[in-house]
Design a protein around this ligand. Structure first.
Ligand code: SOE
Length: 382
């Protein structure tokens, strides 16, 4: 057996995303045994020692830190994985890159375009491998959509529409800020649903359908004031609770995007549909192994929406898992991203989206928010 190379991971942040990434690092060697690199969970960092210790025990990290600067300074760490709230992404990523570490960052890249640009500059100056965890790209059905589109089967694209709907902030008594609720605090998150949810839709859209050139957005904050957990005072809410925007893509197609945390009954409804000259595609996160496909060249007697259960070994990533017909889930998208990152180290390629690629998503998010604030169309020059 060829000797494996270790990729020693230092994880910063022990929340929901810390768990999804750790699971990815742990699973990858079992399902992608051909990869030369194997992640080693070297250290996890959280501000609270007991939290870091409990996380390390649960996931098998060898050691803990309570100061991220110490984690970055360690010689036994090759890659820094940032799972903190958004306000820490830039400072940590820039310091990690300057220390020569590889950097993996949770989405969105940063709170603002300017912050994200500083990260891209630092990463590119250091020349270190990097990626941003826009995980939904790596669900097999979504990757298959990309392959079908790239094969030209859809022909000219006319429409791209997507939505990401949730309902967890409707309660007007829900506080903002602090533990578990930093996504509600604009100073920490940067924005509301635009950065948190629409960024996923935009990342997928740019990947599948190319650049966006103009946007016109509107946002709403339905509950204007909330108690802040950290200060104990009622403060204005600065995030967008809902955001809808329309846009033009460089390929001439029209886009329509909607996201909200006020769609009662929806916990994480992420769907997209693409309509082309010859065929259409649609996908729904709630049925994530399935891709719907309409091909206008089918015989008229059998023409209709085809429901493709993406579980066959010939379909993206699926030869790594069970046998045809047996599905996989949300967590596998993170395993796939780890696998692709490790492979990029082997080949010397990059793992999409890189910081540079994710900067375009950040640019679109910012243009949408600016358009909503000004009530005007915004041009995007990427
Ligand atoms: C918000 O509830 C959230 O956890 C996002 O932050 C994730 O990026 C998304 O995948 C699921 O919803």
């Amino acid at each position: 057996m060829a000797t494996k190379k270790e990729l020693r991971i230092g994880l910063i942040g022990c929340g929901f995303m810390g768990r999804t990434h750790s699971n990815g690092y742990l699973r990858v060697k079992n399902f992608f045994p051909e990869l030369q690199y194997v992640p080693v969970l070297k250290a996890v960092c959280a501000r609270t020692e007991s939290k870091a210790r409990a996380f390390a025990d649960q996931w098998g990290y060898e050691s803990i830190e309570t100061d991220w600067k110490k984690l970055i300074a360690r010689e036994d760490i090759d890659a820094v994985d940032i799972c903190t709230p958004n306000d820490m992404h830039a400072e940590i990523a820039i310091a990690a890159a300057e220390a020569g570490k590889m950097v993996l960052t949770e989405k969105p890249l940063a709170r603002t375009y300017e912050e994200a640009l500083g990260m891209v500059t630092a990463i590119e100056k250091a020349g270190v491998p990097n990626t941003v965890w826009y995980n939904y790209r790596r669900l097999p059905a979504v990757t298959l959509a990309k392959q079908i589109i790239d094969s030209g089967k859809l022909g000219r694209i006319f429409h791209f529409r997507a939505n990401f709907l949730q309902d967890w902030t409707i309660n007007a008594n829900l506080p903002q800020g602090g533990e578990g609720l930093w996504r509600m605090d604009a100073s920490v998150a940067g924005s509301g649903v635009t950065g948190d949810l629409l960024s996923h839709c935009i990342d997928t859209a740019l990947w599948l359908n190319g650049s966006i050139t103009n946007v016109s957005g509107m946002t709403e904050t339905f509950v204007k004031e909330r108690m802040h957990q950290l200060t104990g005072t009622v403060q204005p809410v600065g995030i967008d609770d809902a955001c809808t925007f329309m846009c033009r893509f460089r390929n001439g197609s029209l886009g329509l995007f909607e996201s909200t945390r006020y769609a009662r009954g929806h916990k994480a409804l992420y769907t997209f549909e693409i309509n082309g000259e010859h065929a259409s595609i649609r996908w729904d996160l709630h049925d994530l192994n399935r891709l719907e496909f309409f091909d206008n060249s089918d015989l008229s007697v059998v023409k209709g929406w085809r429901s493709i259960h993406v579980t066959d070994g010939d379909q993206p990533y699926m030869n790594k898992w069970w046998v045809p017909g047996l599905g996989i889930g949300y967590e596998h998208s993170f395993v796939h991203q780890v696998a692709d990152f490790l492979q990029s180290l082997e080949t010397g390629g990059s793992c999409s989206p890189t910081f540079r690629e994710a900067l375009e998503t950040q640019l679109v998010c910012q243009a949408v928010l600016e358009s909503a604030a000004s009530g005007t169309w915004k041009e995007i020059h990427s």
